[in-house]
Design a binder for this molecule. Structure first.
Ligand code: TXA
Ligand code: MG
Length: 342
């Protein structure tokens, strides 16, 4: 990735405006929240989100949290049940993230939610984060602003050490007071703890007046994540990645196309017999991995919608974002375990 000049600026009205316009232009902005510094991108812009994954060097596309100004903004993205509403009213703005079914027409992009039917939402309480969200006026995805495999940053200096040369702007708002990421709860009938975080589980249980279950660890949940009740048992976040799988079989590293197959192409060298394909979409004719990542979930869904039995996927180089793209494709190609997406 070519280095870009990273501006570090103290939080002030001019910097907030600069942050909002950078986000609107699809650029990456790190900013403080009360938990840790987040690396923000326009949640509705798949290309910006792909750039974010590239900057973090994330080997997988974990679904991201859409940060919003308030409950009203969250309600435009997600469906709140009674318990979710109570939780949001009690703990927002603050370090609580709710994973909820997407609302019809939810503008958060497929890449940000890993193609899932759910979206994670959180209204942070940090004044700088709130000012940026208000000035931008839309949802902002923000994972912790560290490079993958490093610890979460709680100061602008930490962010600079990890991401200088990769992002446009770091808004310096001093140290993040909590230093621990938000607590993540899934609310889908039953409330389940997906990630312990800054709000202790006991505090939430006391408020709700009942115990909440923790999602099983990924390895334990892999087999039989669908309960005997037909699959209503929720699963840990990492597992969710195996859930969005197309109806069609995925044939990876395909260099030919069988009649009746759909083709998910990459690069300019599309096979001759591609003309036989029932449908063709090219992740990136230019062979650009950021563009390919931005298109991945949308194109998979679109080709799957063509009603084919098999989607041939051309080889994608296993470098940069290609590693995450291939990881995601392998999961989508793997035999299904009958689990219900959250
Ligand atoms: O405190 C925080 O939450 C920080 C600050 C910057 O807001 N952000 C943060 O984001 O920790 P990230 O991307 O590092 O963690 C997001 C967590 C992951 O565990 C992810 O799997 C889970 O939320 N998550 C997001 N969307 C989900 C979904 N649709 N279903 C299940 N889990 C989801
Ligand atoms: Mg993180």
């Amino acid at each position: 990735m070519p280095a870009i000049a990273t501006v570090v600026a103290r939080a002030c009205p001019a910097t907030i405006e600069q942050a909002a316009s950078a986000l609107a232009a699809g650029r990456l902005v790190a900013f403080p929240t009360e938990t840790v510094y987040g690396l923000g991108a326009d949640a509705t812009n798949d290309h910006a989100v792909a750039t974010l994954y590239a900057a973090k060097e994330r080997p997988t596309f974990n679904p991201l949290i859409a940060h919003v100004a308030d409950l009203a903004a969250a309600c435009r993205l997600a469906q709140f049940d009674e318990e979710a509403l109570r939780l949001a009213r009690a703990f927002w703005p603050g370090p609580l993230t709710l994973v909820l079914p997407k609302r019809d027409g939810c503008p958060v992009g497929q890449l940000a939610t890993s193609g899932l039917g759910t979206v994670a939402v959180r209204a942070p309480s940090h004044p700088v984060a709130r000012d940026i969200l208000a000035a931008f006026g839309g949802p902002v995805v923000a994972p912790s602003a560290n490079r993958s495999g490093r610890v979460s940053p709680t100061s602008a200096k930490h962010v600079q050490a990890d991401l200088a040369g990769r992002i446009d702007l770091i808004v310096d708002g001093g140290a993040s007071p909590l230093g621990l990421e938000s607590t993540v709860l899934a609310c889908r009938g039953q409330t389940v703890l997906l990630r312990p975080g800054a709000i202790p589980r006991a505090t939430i249980e006391k408020f709700l007046g009942h115990d909440i279950t923790a999602a099983p660890p990924e390895s334990a949940g892999r087999k039989g994540a669908a309960g005997a009740d037909g699959g209503s048992r929720p699963v840990a976040p990492g597992m969710l990645l195996s859930h969005y799988a197309p109806q069609a079989q995925l044939r990876m590293n395909a260099v030919t196309v069988a009649p009746g197959e759909a083709l998910l192409a990459f690069g300019a060298a599309v096979p001759e017999e591609a003309r036989k394909a029932r449908a063709i979409l090219n992740l990136s004719a230019a062979g650009e991995l950021v563009e390919a990542a931005a298109n991945l979930f949308n194109y998979l869904r679109e080709l799957d919608g063509a009603g084919v039995d098999s989607i041939a996927v051309m080889p994608i180089p296993d470098e940069g974002l290609g590693e995450a793209i291939n990881d995601r494709l392998r999961r989508a190609a793997a035999p299904r375990h009958r689990a219900t997406p959250l």
